[in-house]
Design a protein around this ligand. Structure first.
Ligand SMILES: [Zn+2]
Length: 256
């Protein structure tokens, strides 16, 4: 299957700037920060410059903020949207240890940011020379497979008494479903490895804080409940979670 690239295992992995581990791969920023912080032996003046550039970069990235959003990172001006929705829905249904496992998975999945891994974020990843209309159905199918496989594995692991693994798989499935409710992703919008800084800034601004819009919030939390109901077998496991246009197939009973 395409896109099964390595994921980082530590949920605490941190980078130098949000742009290094959010949905951004701006070469300009990476080259700038990596070269300043890793490749060159820095003196105190360069360190000071680096800190200033970091602050400026963060401000640039969040300035166009529209106030909708799904960040998973615990950063200045960003809310842990994925984790907050999970807590809102499941805090009285799972214990705190399992809740944390679910929440930690959000950071782990968000470390998979290559174009070919975009199905994990309900997006279409485009590499140079590829066409959106050809790639989109492939990524929708990959997302459907990813959610279904992880829910299946979660159910099986729980049945076999492997609680930690079960909640890790469930957390992965929840992530993709939640990203499918993001205005910056739905319905499987295109993402490429060559996105410019403006596109990244606009994208991040839509995903940085918990959504005010009631219908968006209902979907964001509704998919968490849906995945959990499938996991505990209140609902049978569907084959598909997104239709052929990339729209979520969340049953209307979850939209309150
Ligand atoms: Zn994501």
């Amino acid at each position: 299957m395409r896109g099964e690239a390595r994921e980082y295992n530590s949920p605490n992995q941190t980078g130098y700037l949000p742009v290094c581990y959010l949905r951004g791969r701006t070469m300009q920023m990476k080259i700038l920060t990596i070269s300043l912080s890793r490749k060159i032996k820095v003196n105190s003046f360069v360190k000071m410059m680096h800190a200033s550039i970091s602050v400026i970069a963060i401000i640039i990235l969040v300035m166009p903020g529209s106030g909708l959003g799904w960040s998973s990172k615990d950063l200045l001006l960003f809310e842990r949207v994925h984790q907050k929705a999970i807590e809102n829905v499941l805090k009285n249904k799972v214990n705190s240890k399992d809740l944390k496992i679910l929440q930690d998975q959000q950071v782990i999945v968000d470390n998979a940011q290559k174009a070919e891994q975009s199905f994990k974020h309900a997006m279409t990843g485009i590499k140079s020379g590829q066409q959106e209309n050809i790639e989109r159905p492939i990524f929708i199918q990959e997302a459907n497979n990813f959610v279904k496989n992880n829910l299946n594995k979660a159910i099986d692991a729980f049945k076999d008494g492997h609680e930690q693994e079960a909640y890790e798989f469930l957390g992965k499935a929840i992530h993709t479903l939640q990203d499918g409710t993001s205005p910056a992703h739905n319905p499987f919008q295109t993402w490429s490895d060559d996105e410019g800084i403006v596109a990244i800034a606009v994208h991040l601004s839509k995903e940085r804080i918990y959504p005010d819009d009631k219908s968006v919030r209902a979907k964001l939390e509704g998919v968490v409940q849906w995945a959990y109901d499938i996991f505990v077998k209140n609902v049978t496991l569907p084959d598909n979670y997104f239709d052929t246009d990339g729209q979520l197939l969340l049953p209307s009973t979850y939209l309150k």
